[in-house]
Write a protein that binds this ligand. Structure first.
Ligand SMILES: Cc1cc2nc3c(=O)[nH]c(=O)nc-3n(C[C@H](O)[C@H](O)[C@H](O)COP(=O)(O)OP(=O)(O)OC[C@H]3O[C@@H](n4cnc5c(N)ncnc54)[C@H](O)[C@@H]3O)c2cc1C
Length: 378
């Protein structure tokens, strides 16, 4: 048995649901039938998304907390970061899934299907699930290929982390500012740091994070979290109320090259995660809007989604980290001390001009960047 739709979205995660929401809000797609296929009912809080944006945004009614001040701490520096005009916002994935589902379930042309897609036949435009097959005119696919793990041509490091939401009986946190990166505790000579997102005076998410070519054992995160909370935050009495773990590939592997005129890879599978940071929440919003404009203009759907020069900068940065992982603290220290937050966020949002990018590159200068530049262009 098969079912037919105008569009199939494989994966109802961040990219799939953002795409579905933006399609649902545009009258151009009112008559189109759209299926969101995912084996998971998305009923759990599987991640916490953080992102920055200027002023008010479309998720403000469901964000857990936002901050306009932050701090970067290294073994030598303690820098206060005034984020104005930006705000750094924290959104629990479950709140996003619930909001997206409740909005989409009101519409007759959107269909949520619980199934795992195992294969797409592009000639017939059928996606084969474990339960049924689904036909479509266009398929959006957020399944990620694992090939990148094997391909030696591309740099791959992992952003891997474990975080605890901790609660204390007495006020211990200043909820008006968060810690972006604190390098005072590091795992050997690696790029590893802690960040702290205080939700209230008695509650915070504390996360120990690595940007490394290796993954580590679970107990390492636990030791560092415990050590940070006891020795840096000086909190002895706390209870862990939630745990979050994750691995985000930081790579210049061109996932998006699997897109074809009829199948558009989206999200992580479309190279939407910024290689150098692991952030994708705001990029996803922008890319989804571009896809919709491309559909309406009759263009190739992937047109203009990625910018070559930003991919090159990210590739060079990743190469530097993979060749000299111990340099992470110095690089981020220069990044946050020699550039304003507006310059930094604009650069990470890929909205800077070439002259602004050159200024940032000069602020990070180290001979390894030159070596990595040549390694990446040849
Ligand atoms: C723990 C964690 C924390 C993160 N925090 C941040 C953050 O703070 N800020 C930020 O900007 N980015 C963050 N990221 C990075 C990025 O934003 C997320 O990974 C984001 O979820 C990527 O969106 P996506 O749609 O590509 O993938 P997902 O949101 O993972 O969605 C993919 C969906 O596809 C489904 N799927 C998989 N296989 C199949 C199949 N065969 N058939 C059908 N469906 C399938 C999955 O069930 C899933 O629902 C984080 C990532 C992780 C893992």
């Amino acid at each position: 048995m098969s079912k037919n739709f105008n569009y199939i979205i494989i994966g109802g995660g961040l990219a799939g649901l953002q795409l579905a929401l933006q399609l649902s809000r545009d009258r151009f797609f009112e008559q189109k039938t759209i299926a969101i296929i995912d084996p998971s009912p998305k009923t759990e809080n599987d991640k916490t998304w953080c992102f920055w944006e200027k002023g008010k945004g479309q998720w403000d009614s469901i964000i857990t907390k936002s901050w306009d001040k932050s701090r970067f701490i290294s073994s030598e520096k303690n820098i206060e970061l005034n984020l104005e005009p930006y705000k750094y916002k924290m959104l629990r994935s479950i709140d996003f899934y619930n909001t997206a589902k409740s909005e989409l379930l009101k519409l007759d042309n959107f269909h949520f299907i619980e199934d795992k897609i195992v294969r797409i036949d592009e000639a017939s435009m059928f996606a084969y699930g474990e339960n049924e097959s689904y036909g479509a005119i266009h398929i959006f696919d957020s399944r990620i290929t694992s090939e990148f793990l094997e391909d030696p041509k591309y740099t791959k490091i992992f952003q891997h982390f474990k975080g605890w939401i901790i609660e204390t009986e007495t006020p211990q946190f200043d909820p008006s500012e968060f810690t972006m990166m604190d390098f005072r505790l590091k795992y050997k000579e690696s790029t590893s740091f802690t960040y702290v997102l205080p939700i209230s005076p008695t509650k915070a998410l504390v996360e120990f994070t690595f940007f490394t070519p290796f993954i580590t054992e679970e107990k390492v995160y636990d030791e560092f979290l415990e050590n940070y909370i006891k020795n840096i935050l000086k909190i002895n009495n706390f209870k862990i109320t939630e745990t979050e773990k994750g691995v985000i590939p930081m790579t210049d592997f061109p996932f998006h090259k699997e897109s074809t005129p009829k199948i558009t890879k989206i999200g992580s599978a479309g190279s939407w995660i910024k290689g150098s940071t692991g952030y994708s929440f705001k990029h996803t919003e922008k890319k989804v809007a571009m896809i919709i404009e491309n559909i309406k203009a009759g263009k190739d759907l992937s047109d203009g989604l990625l910018t070559k020069r930003f991919r090159l900068y990210d590739a060079i940065f990743l190469d530097v980290l993979s060749q000299t992982n111990e340099m992470g603290e110095l690089i981020f220290s220069n990044f946050y001390s020699k550039n304003s937050i507006v310059e930094i966020f604009k650069y990470l949002d890929e909205e800077t001009s070439i002259s602004e990018e050159l200024k940032i590159m000069l602020s990070l200068y180290h001979p390894q960047f030159i070596k990595s530049f040549f390694r990446k262009i040849f």
